[in-house]
Design a protein around this ligand. Structure first.
Ligand code: 6R9
Length: 661
């Protein structure tokens, strides 16, 4: 790579803040989208412009109308069109004669383990598993839950569900047994696909026990399929109503299942995400709107072409993995790389080893990972040939300019555009980012809204703010990939996303993503972070209410307040302020129990960075906990005015305890 001797300090001096970068010529020459007039074209032609996305799919029957807004905000897209998502991701590529091209390159955590699935092979296994699910009694519209790590059977199961019209609900494998039970109960899901275990930093990790524990908390009967990922490394037993994946697939060897004809607006999947209250939200995505939007953004932003070796390093248990490991890339017929393990196993160059081995052309990852790479040092990427890379992307949280520039230089060799993509579980796909073949890139600022997306930054009353001023991000026109509702909870759907800025009397509907943002003079949006009680830890959304209720559930805890504090690698980390019950000592034992309580309720990602015991929490006279103050304390910031507090004396006391343990 060039400029190897340059230190980060020198790089920063050369690339000062506020500077912008032009898309590299070599990239522009071959980009999928290069004509700037696309913005105008979409605006003038809205909503018909979205036919461009729909045209990326194969339809069994064409739709009558692009957008039906007669029952806003319950919008319908491409209504009355008919299609199948699995057919779009598999069969049509095989029919095009591309069956022997690679669909999935799976890289196991052990360095000697990998699997390659061509489109032919993937279609075959999806067919066999679809037949097995049917035989298990899975019917169209039954929700099938998947509680699986990054193994090929996860996308296979998702596509098998899509094939038979059964919506899936994937629960991140790192989530706890309780989290699994809550989601299965919430979705009335009677079917589960899980596995015995998987590798984490060289050790086999038992997953089946956690799944079984979760099943104990499910209030209805469930049939379970268990994938044997670890073989002899880990023994597991099958209980009642539990079947082995390999046996099932072998029983259906050679089976074919006709893809079920789905209506455009039929549910493709549910994905639970943390919200302001303790109960996670079941975000509902549909077949045509979601799939066309995932495919369109994969084409326009990730620049995916069939011959690419594209790699998104997210976990399929999150929306990023759904849209940009599975549905978008496979709909476009490319090769999608899937990695089981962590970036530092067996060593801190594993990611770059994979890029090198598989000639990865695009890499889509998270700022938290980039900050870790930065900390480990440029010598790790420098050990490998990364010249196959053509585009880099980030998602999940704001990226600081320093991390952006490091990524651009040390991974992209200053010859790959970096797309900083803002979007959410609810939006289905990317919303705000530069088009890599067109726009200038500004480190730290995601970019303008994509063509056809109408976003703005407003104040509390909904009036646009001046450039440079902080406000709230809003989206004031619908888009195909948007969530349709929260599962069986239309009322909460309206409350959570539409109440704040809409004007129902005038039939004006404004979507509120609950993020703060600012605009610059060129219309670029810098996303500042969540404005609700959600913490973004390593790009993962955690509700403070969920965390607090887990902590209060620990014996000896009377009250708890949780806030997000700045963290060098994770972006934000969990800070918990805890009041113990009378007579209970806040010490190492209780700390351990709290950590355990949080891991049991949510999962290890929610583990508190710091637990501070205090006799009281700072409260306003009306009794509200002053979270902002607790955030300042966590960050070691200067504390603002405390005169509105009922108990100002407590503040110094708490501040003195941070960093004590
Ligand atoms: C895709 C995904 C959504 C929240 C979102 C925002 C934050 C995502 C971002 C970003 C700044 C970016 N977020 N991308 N913030 N810049 N490029 O992450 O979905 O897990 O639902 O999280 O993540 O706060 O509201 P999800």
């Amino acid at each position: 790579m060039s400029n190897q001797g340059e230190s980060d300090g020198e790089l920063e001096a050369r690339l000062p803040e506020g500077e912008s970068f032009s898309p590299p010529e070599s990239f522009v020459e071959q980009a999928n989208v290069t004509d700037e007039s696309i913005y105008e074209e979409f605006e003038e032609n809205w909503p018909e412009c979205w036919e461009r996305a729909a045209d990326l799919l194969d339809w069994e029957e064409s739709y009558d109308q692009v957008l039906d807004d007669s029952d806003a905000p319950f919008y319908e897209w491409f209504a009355d069109g008919k299609l199948n998502a699995s057919e779009n991701c598999l069969d049509r590529h095989v029919e095009d004669g591309r069956g022997d091209e690679v669909a999935i390159e799976w890289v196991g955590e052990p360095t000697d383990e990998s699997r390659t699935y061509t489109y032919d092979e993937l279609l075959q296994e999806v067919n066999e598993f679809a037949a097995a699910l049917r035989e298990q009694g899975v019917e169209e519209d039954d929700v099938v839950t998947m509680y699986m790590p990054m193994i090929p059977e996860l996308p296979i199961a998702m596509l098998a569900c899509a094939r038979i019209g059964a919506p899936h609900s994937v629960v991140f494998a790192g989530f706890s047994a309780d989290a699994l039970a809550t989601r299965m109960n919430g979705a009335d899901s009677e079917h589960l696909v899980t596995c015995d275990g998987y590798y984490r930093r060289g050790d086999p990790l038992n997953h089946k026990d956690k799944a079984d524990e979760g099943l104990d908390g499910v209030d209805h009967d469930v049939t379970t399929v268990v994938v044997d990922r670890l073989g002899d490394e880990l023994d597991h037993e099958l209980g009642e109503n539990q079947l082995d994946y390999d046996d099932l697939v072998a029983d259906h060897e050679g089976a074919t299942v006709e893809p079920v004809t789905r209506d455009a607006e039929d549910m493709l999947f549910l994905m639970y995400t943390s919200g302001t209250t303790g109960q996670p939200k079941g975000v509902k995505h549909t077949t045509a709107g979601y799939l066309s939007y995932a495919a369109w953004t994969s084409h326009a932003v990730l620049d995916i072409k069939p011959e690419d070796n594209y790699w998104c390093s997210a976990d399929i248990g999150w929306i990023t993995g759904h849209s940009y490991i599975v549905y978008g890339p496979l709909a476009l017929g490319t090769t999608t790389v899937m990695y089981e393990g962590t970036p530092d196993y067996p060593d801190k160059d594993r990611m770059w080893q994979i890029v090198d081995d598989y000639d990865v052309t695009q890499l889509y990852t998270a700022p938290t990972a980039i900050r870790a790479f930065m900390k480990w040092g440029a010598e790790y990427p420098q050990q490998h040939d990364l010249s196959s890379l053509r585009l880099l992307g980030t998602v999940g949280e704001p990226i600081n300019p320093r991390a952006w520039k490091w990524y651009y230089k040390h991974i992209g060799d200053e010859s790959c555009p970096v797309v900083d993509t803002w979007w959410q579980t609810e939006t289905g796909g990317m919303m705000v980012t530069t088009l890599p073949g067109i726009a200038e890139m500004k480190p730290g600022s995601a970019g303008p809204p994509l063509p056809g997306i109408s976003a703005d930054v407003v104040d509390m009353n909904g009036s646009p703010v001046e450039p440079g001023e902080a406000g709230y991000l809003i989206v004031n026109k619908p888009w195909p990939g948007m969530l349709r509702t929260l599962y069986k909870n239309d009322e909460r759907f309206i409350n959570e996303y539409w109440d704040e800025y809409s004007n129902p009397d005038k039939d004006e509907w404004v979507y509120f993503p609950e993020d703060g943002a600012k605009l610059d003079d060129d219309g670029y949006i810098t996303v500042l972070g969540r404005v609700d009680d959600v913490i973004n830890v390593s790009g993962h959304r955690l509700g403070t209410m969920e965390l607090e209720s887990a902590i209060v559930g620990v014996e000896g805890v009377a009250e708890a307040a949780v806030v997000g504090g700045d963290h060098e690698i994770k972006g934000e980390a969990v800070y918990a302020y805890v009041i113990t019950e009378d007579g209970v000592e806040g010490g190492a034992d209780l700390r351990e129990q709290i950590v355990e309580g949080v891991e049991d309720a949510i999962g290890p990602i929610a583990r508190p960075e710091e637990i501070v015991f205090s006799p009281e929490l700072p409260k306003t006279r009306s009794g509200k906990i002053m979270r902002r103050l607790l955030e300042d304390i966590a960050n070691g910031d200067e504390l603002g005015n405390t005169s509105t507090l009922r108990n100002p004396e407590i503040v110094d006391d708490i501040a003195g305890k941070v960093g004590e343990d």
